[in-house]
Design a protein around this ligand. Structure first.
Ligand code: SF4
Ligand code: SF4
Length: 352
C-alpha cells in the first residue's frame, strides 16, 4: 500500500474497523512485511495461548482531563463512556471466584469515575486480590479540589500507583501531553512522595511510565530509569520505584499520527526487524484479561481499542467462564509487533 494513499485514507481511519483492516495486512508498496502469526511460526513459536489468569485489567471509562497526542484510548473530557456498578459487581464476582493476583484500573482517568473510590473499597473488602494498580495521569490529582486527597486515599488502600511521565524535562512532556502537564505532574509526584509513595520501607509503590515521543522504539529501560531517577531527584527532590519503558503501539491516535506523518511503513518495518522471540513468549495477554467499560472481554487493552473481542462466544464479564476462556486462541494482528520489538513491551514495561 502506497504511503500517499495511506495518508489520503487518514480521514477514513477514525473508526476501529478501518484501523483493524489496515493492520490485517503487511503489504506496502515497497515490500511485504510478514504477518505476526507467520513471524511466530518462523521462530517455531505456537499461536499465543492463555496461561492461568493473573491480572484483570478494567477500563473504568474514556473520560480524561487530558487529550494526549498519542493516547491509544482516544480519551478526553468529552468522552461519556464509563463502567456501571452492575459491571463492577460482575468484575468483583470474577475476582472472588478466580485466583486473580492483580486488578489494574485504567481509563481515561479512572479516578474521574464517580464510583472509583467505592470500587477500590469493594475490591479490598470483598476479595483476596493482592494488588490494586491505578493508572493515574498525575494531573488529575490537581485538576479539581475533590481529587486533592487522592494520594491519602491511595495510601489508605495500598493502591499501587503507575503514572505516565513521558520525560523528565518540561518541553518533551508538554509537547506530548499538553502545556503545563509537566509542572502539574511534578506537584502531584510531590504530594505522592509526601504521603510515602516511592519511599523505601513504606510499601507504597510509585512507578513511572515512559513512552517515546515519536515514531521510534524506547531506549534501554534500566538506563532510562537511572536518568529519570537522577534528574527528578536532582531537580525536584523526587523519588519513585521503577520506570516502565513502553513501545507506542500502532493503533488509535498514534496510528493516525504515523499515517499523517508518513511514518507508518517505516515504523512497522522497524518493529518487525526488532522482533524478539523471548519477548513473544512473555506477552502480557497470556496472563491478563482486559475488561472494557461496557463489560466485554479482550485479550489486552490494545485489542480492546481495536474492538477485537476475545475469540469466545462467552465474551462478557457477566458470563465469565474460566475454562472456555483458557482454551481460546489470543487474537493477534500487526499491532502485536509493538509488544515483541526489542526488549518487548507490556503495561509493566520491558518483558525480555
Ligand atoms: S492522560 Fe492517558 S488516558 Fe488521558 S488522554 Fe493522556 S494518554 Fe489518554
Ligand atoms: S497487542 Fe495484545 S494481543 Fe497482541 S501481543 Fe500485545 S498484548 Fe498480546
Amino acid at each position: 500500500m502506497a504511503k500517499k494513499s495511506l495518508k489520503a485514507r487518514k480521514s477514513e481511519l477514525s473508526d476501529t474497523k478501518r484501523q483493524l483492516e489496515l493492520l490485517s495486512t503487511g503489504v506496502f508498496e515497497t515490500g511485504t512485511l510478514p504477518l505476526f502469526k507467520e513471524k511466530l511460526k518462523q521462530h517455531q513459536l505456537s499461536a499465543l495461548q492463555p496461561h492461568p489468569l493473573e491480572v484483570l485489567q478494567i477500563n473504568m471509562g474514556y473520560m480524561c482531563n487530558q487529550v494526549c497526542a498519542h493516547c491509544h484510548v482516544d480519551a478526553g473530557p468529552d468522552r461519556k463512556e464509563y463502567i456501571t456498578k452492575i459491571t463492577m459487581n460482575a468484575c468483583i464476582k470474577v475476582m472472588q471466584s478466580q485466583a486473580i493476583q492483580t486488578v489494574d484500573l485504567t481509563g481515561g482517568a479512572p479516578e474521574m469515575h464517580p464510583d472509583f473510590r467505592w470500587f477500590v473499597e469493594q475490591i479490598r473488602s470483598q476479595t483476596q486480590v493482592k494488588e490494586i494498580i491505578v493508572r493515574s495521569n498525575l494531573t488529575i490529582i490537581l485538576a479539581n479540589k475533590k481529587y486533592h486527597d487522592l494520594p491519602l486515599f491511595f495510601a489508605k488502600h495500598q493502591v499501587h500507583v503507575v503514572s505516565s511521565l513521558p520525560f523528565y524535562k518540561r518541553n518533551k512532556t508538554d509537547r506530548q501531553r499538553g502545556s503545563g502537564v509537566f509542572d502539574s505532574s511534578i506537584k502531584a509526584l510531590e504530594m505522592l512522595n509526601t504521603v510515602g509513595y516511592g519511599k523505601p520501607g513504606t510499601g507504597l509503590l510509585l512507578d513511572l511510565v515512559y513512552n517515546p515521543s515519536g515514531a521510534f522504539l524506547p531506549g534501554d529501560q534500566a538506563a532510562l530509569e537511572q536518568d529519570y531517577k537522577n534528574a527528578l531527584n536532582t531537580d525536584f527532590g523526587l523519588v519513585f520505584n521503577q520506570l516502565f519503558a513502553l513501545t507506542n503501539l500502532p493503533i488509535s491516535r498514534f496510528l493516525d499520527y504515523l499515517i499523517a506523518s508518513e511514518n507508518y511503513e517505516e515504523y512497522m518495518t522497524n518493529l518487525v526487524n526488532a522482533f524478539n522471540p523471548t519477548a513473544a513468549k512473555n506477552v502480557m495477554c497470556t496472563t491478563t484479561l482486559s475488561v472494557s467499560w461496557d463489560g466485554y472481554l479482550y485479550d489486552c487493552d490494545f485489542n480492546q481499542m481495536l474492538g477485537l473481542k476475545v475469540a469466545s462466544k462467552r465474551n462478557h464479564i457477566s458470563e465469565f467462564d474460566a475454562q472456555v476462556l483458557q482454551n481460546r486462541e489470543i487474537q493477534v494482528s500487526q499491532h502485536c509487533y509493538g509488544c515483541t520489538a526489542g526488549s518487548g513491551s507490556s503495561c509493566q514495561g520491558a518483558i525480555a
